[in-house]
Ligand binder design. Sequence first.
Ligand code: HEC
Length: 177
Amino acid sequence: MNIKATFSVIFVFVGVSAANADSATEIVKARQSDMKSIAVSTKAMAGMFNAPDTYVSSVFQAAAGEIVRRAGGHLVSEFQDVTVSTGSKATDAVAKDRARFAELAENLRSYAAALEEAARAHPGQMTQDMRMKANEPMEGGLFGTAIRSPAKMSAEHAFHLMLQTCASCHSRFRERD
Ligand code: HEC
């Protein structure tokens, strides 16, 4: 290979890796922004469970819907090409255990979809049947692997299991602050 050809190979290589770094940064920014939106929606719903008189069905439903859209396959796809990266807190476990990551992303979607449905079914007040019942067990999400049937539980119970899903995923797949 002559010098000119060698140079152009290096040049192309550098160009490509710089482009990749840029798009990796974009991917990381986009998924972090999605996570922030998920957190904002979660906080909105938590506020209404804490003060049921502030419940507004359409707002609750929209918040749950925001999470549904960003969970499941969408969440998985955001970690498909880039896992550990500059500026990201994703751990190398994301690439090592894709099945578990996908399962938690799907559980997030299921619980959020149950919350969306609960809001649709309760257009007026947050009635007592949306609240946690005394006989509903709290364990499950954090250590359990199988998802419970969200359609059969109270909305508040689905909400608690959703929060456990956030914690389960972060404990394994996100670096601690
Ligand atoms: C399937 C895995 C998974 C689930 C479920 C999940 N997260 Fe995350 N979350 C992550 C990962 C991985 C990161 C780190 C992303 C990065 O820095 O590239 C993250 C980052 C975050 C961040 C920080 C975003 C930033 O600005 O850097 C917040 C806030 C957050 N998640 C909130 C939540 C909440 C609230 C839930 C549940 C309602 C949730 N997450 C569910 C995997 C998950």
